[in-house]
Each structure stands twice: as structure tokens, then as C-alpha cells.
Design a protein around this ligand. Sequence first.
Ligand code: FDA
Length: 302
Amino acid sequence: MVNKLIASVLPLLPKKFVWLFSKRYISGETLDDAIKASKKLAGLGIRVTVDHLGEYIRELSQAKDVKAVYLSMIERFEEEGISATYSLKPSSFGLLLNFETCYSHVREIIEKAKQYNSFVRIDMEDSSCVDAEIELYHRLLQEFPSNVGLVVQAYLKRTPGDLKYLAAFHSSNTPVNIRLCKGIYMESPEIAIKDRKAINKQFADSLEFLFEKGIYVGIATHDHDLTDIAEELIGQYGLGESDYEFQMLYGVTPELRTNLVKRGHKMRVYVPFGKEWFGYSTRRLKENPKLAFYIIKALFKH
Ligand code: FDA
């Protein structure tokens, strides 16, 4: 209810107000900003996955420009000596416009990452993209078994089936690598679980399933309850560095992040940058209505 209300108000907010809130979640508009933020995190013993903001291109021709940004980003991080991985949204390469074109652009980016022994994570977008993103991952995994991973969303009702499907092609030659998150898009109750407790249960069950299968997991959550469960499972299964890492978003719950690092867990932060920060930020706002409330309050004060 609150989220629905906020979703309807957000598009009406002047961009400068949304920016007031957004700067916390975005490293900046340029690659230099992402580099600066990544160096700072590296100083805290935290790794990064870098994302160029943008999604759902309208013209297939735009995909080439997005690819060029990723290729130069990988070169630049390498030159700067920062160990990074990269996250991308297939819809910014035209996933739903032309699968083959999207595939060839993403393939080129992964090929570049492979040159430097790095890694590209395919973000999971809304439910209209899930089948195509799994297919994209499956194909790329055959060619780049150590350089590509996928995201799975715990809120989707289809997730247990998808995990079984993905686990079936996990082997030492094609090691499946999954980032597990709750999921952030507005989905209908037919498609996604709505109850927070039930989402957490599916997250915990999915995590245990992945650990049982020996699949590497990026545990992407800021939820204390879930990080507690994850730590318990990690102990129970006797897991180490090569089995999992925690992942968090830039600017979210830095204390929890620090505590996990102090307890010896590997941590990676998702560092977004770019001019297309509006869509990303409004999703973060919908997720955390409390923050939206402060912005709306500020709006009416001025
Ligand atoms: P939850 O939303 O319950 O938050 C737990 C606590 O974290 C909150 O109580 C609050 O304290 C804090 N918190 C959470 N969000 C906050 C915010 N915006 N501002 C301030 N505090 C906040 N989703 C997706 O659909 N596809 C994807 O590919 C990805 N990729 C991805 C990568 C990484 C590294 C992360 C961490 C997350 C994603 N997500 C994602 C987003 C994910 O699906 C989810 O929406 C968020 O992580 C929030 O869910 P939590 O598990 O943190 O729990």
C-alpha cells in the first residue's frame, strides 16, 4: 500500500530532490567516480562489482554505446590495478528487442573480462526477462565457465524450479555461480511472493540448496536475519573463501557490512555509476519508503 503510493508520487518529484537521496547510492556520474569509490572500498578490504546505470534501451543501436562503456571500464580498472568484477543488465543491450544481438554484445564484454581473469554478473531484471536471462547465462557459461554468473531472486514463485534447472548443469567444467537476492521489481502476486517472512524463507531455503550443491553464492542482502542464517549455514557446511561471498549495495547498511568483514567474510559492494541514475534511485526509494517520506517532506518545505 505505502509502496504503491510512493510509486505513484515518485515520477512527480523534481529530479534534484531525488538526487539528494540518490547520491548516497551512486558513486557518481563518471567512470572516475566509480574508480574513486572502488579504491576507497578496497582500502576497507572490500571488493567491488561495477555497474553502468541504464536499462531497457529503445533502439538496438544504443547497445553498442553501452558495450563501449563496459569495454573501456574493464580496461580502466585494469590500468588502475583495482581488482573488480562487473555487473550488467541485459535489457541495456536489447535483450527483449533482439536476443542474438544482446548475446553477442554481452559475449564481447565477457571475453574482455576473461583477458584479465575477471568476471561478469548478469543481473536479473523483471519477470519478463527471466527466461531470456537464464538462456543467456546458460549459453555464455559453456564458453566462459569461470567468467560469468547469474542472479536469482528469492521472491519469484518459480525460483525453486529455476535453481534445480541451474544446478543440473553445474559441474567442475561449468561451475554455476549465483548471486542470491530477494528481488526488487514490482511483480504481481501470481508471479512473486509478497509476504516478507515467506520471501525470507525462500531465500534461506535457496541458499541452503545452493550450498548443498556446492554452487558458489554471492549472498546479496542487508537483512540481519538473513545474514545470521547465512553465517549459521556457512558454519554448518564448513564453507570458506572459495564457496561464497556477501554482497551489498553501495551506501546501504555500512555497519552490517563492516561487521561481516571483521568476522572474516569476503564482501563485495555493487558500485553503480552513470548518468541514468533516476530509475535505479527510484527503485531504492520504493524499497525504503521511510527515505521517500523524508524527501517528500523536504519537497513541501521548500
Ligand atoms: P530488505 O529489503 O528487507 O532490507 C533489509 C534492511 O536493509 C532494511 O531493513 C534496511 O535497514 C536496509 N535497507 C535495505 N534497502 C535499503 C535502502 N535502499 N536504503 C537504506 N537501507 C536499506 N535485485 C534484483 O531484482 N536483481 C538484481 O540483479 C539485484 N542485484 C543486487 C545486487 C546486490 C549486491 C544487492 C545487495 C542487491 C541486489 N538486488 C537485486 C536488490 C535486492 O533484490 C533487494 O531488493 C535489496 O537487496 C533489498 O533487500 P534486502 O535483502 O537487503 O532486504
